[in-house]
Design a protein around this ligand. Structure first.
Ligand code: SF4
Ligand code: SF4
Length: 383
């Protein structure tokens, strides 16, 4: 009798069967989104078959630099992360909150489409899964639950793929958010094994994940499969480009509020906001109202914003964070210190995007080390 699969099982799906897994997920009613090559980068797009995935590509990334290159093998997930993060799908950059129409002297609200597409997020990195958990806490965890985010989040199926090719700016290993998935919230977690026969070790994390795998040819994972997957993860940890010590980060940054080093960073920072746009946990938004020229219609839209924009902290006549100094200090202190007070975790998952996509290569890990060293020196001098 064929073995019955259950949550927590580890099975192997051969590379040749990856399309079967995609078909099975599609048959469950999900539109699949995942990594694909576009605009000279790995971006997120619709996935209709494995041919849409970035087979045989790697990304070379470091502070202020990103390049795609061909790999010498046919790895499907042989890259780190690109500029897009999954918040584009769960917390879209533009969202109409309401629309209204004039009716005589009054306005009435128009019914909004509330149907949420069933979306499969295929190829989520462990650090990105950690970022989704952070956004879950921010957008659904408190008394003010974001209904749009909650609907999208509940309607999605998540397939995590462990990282075997970390980038030069990645530091998830030091924050405990990767390169293998150890948290919750996913349906399937895959490790791509390149050694020997090209295959995927698949962990089943939910009933939906179980349903997706059931229809795909699989076999039990052997100790040799698990060992090969573990070796790949160990290798990825060793090759991680950067690290950041999270211990004491909050205290260090609170002690650094008047460190002159902020001014040195501000001399380099262009306040372009790229770091916040690519960050998978940043959630700043603005709300815009617009009316038609004839005054017959009105609508309110929510759009991504950035704490680096001058307008973001504008309150009756002036901006609270007027200087680049104040804006960078706010961003970094929030990510690594006050986020912990607000949400009980760091606001950074170590994906490295803010380092790579910063046009001048400002590096949050390096800046953190500088502040840590300066606080250490200050304490030493006070003894
Ligand atoms: S740190 Fe870099 S990416 Fe962020 S605002 Fe400054 S220049 Fe732009
Ligand atoms: S702060 Fe930078 S490294 Fe941390 S999660 Fe955001 S983009 Fe990634």
């Amino acid at each position: 009798m064929a073995k019955t699969l259950k949550i927590g099982d580890r099975v192997v799906v051969d590379r040749e069967r990856l399309n079967d897994l995609l078909s099975s997920i599609r048959a469950m009613g999900y539109e699949i989104h995942g990594p694909t090559v576009g605009d000279g980068a790995i971006i997120l797009g619709r996935i209709d078959s494995d041919a849409d995935l970035p087979i045989g590509w790697r990304d070379r990334q470091d502070a202020g630099t990103y390049r795609l290159e061909r790999r010498e093998d046919e790895a499907v997930f042989g890259y780190a992360v690109g500029p897009h993060s999954w918040k584009r799908l769960l917390f879209p950059p533009h969202r109409t909150l309401w629309q209204a129409e004039r009716e005589g002297a009054r306005f009435h609200l128009l019914p909004m489409r509330e149907d949420t597409p069933r979306c499969a997020l295929f190829g989520v990195r462990p650090c990105e899964m950690a970022a989704i958990r952070v956004q879950d806490r921010v957008l659904m965890g408190g008394p003010y639950r974001d209904p749009d985010y909650a609907r999208r989040r509940e309607a999605c199926l998540i397939v995590v793929v462990d990282c075997h090719e970390p980038g030069g700016a990645c530091f998830c290993a030091s924050l405990g958010t990767g390169p293998t998935e150890a948290g919750e919230g996913w349906d399937l977690a895959l490790t791509e094994v390149l050694q020997g026969h090209h295959r995927f070790v698949v962990r089943i994390g939910s009933v939906r994940g179980l349903e997706a795998v059931r229809e795909v040819p699989w076999r039990d994972a052997t100790p040799a499969d698990l060992d090969a997957a573990a070796k790949q993860t160990e290798r990825a940890v060793r090759r991680m480009g950067r690290k950041m010590d999270p211990v004491g980060a909050k205290e260090v940054l609170y002690d650094s509020a008047s460190d002159p080093h902020w001014e040195e960073i501000a001399q380099r920072c262009l306040v372009c906001g790229n770091c916040t746009m690519v960050c998978p946990t940043c959630f700043c938004v603005n709300v815009r109202d617009a009316t038609s020229l004839d005054g017959s219609r009105a609508e309110r839209e929510r759009v991504w914003d950035s704490c680096f924009s001058l307008e973001y902290s504008y309150i009756h006549g002036g901006s609270v964070r007027f200087s680049p100094y104040a804006r960078y200090r706010h961003w970094m202190t929030h990510k690594l210190a006050s986020w912990q007070d607000q949400f009980g975790s760091l606001g950074c998952v170590g994906c490295g995007r803010c380092i790579v996509w910063c046009p001048v290569g400002i590096d949050i890990t390096e800046e953190m080390e500088t502040f840590r060293a300066n606080v250490g020196r200050k304490k030493e001098a006070a003894r």
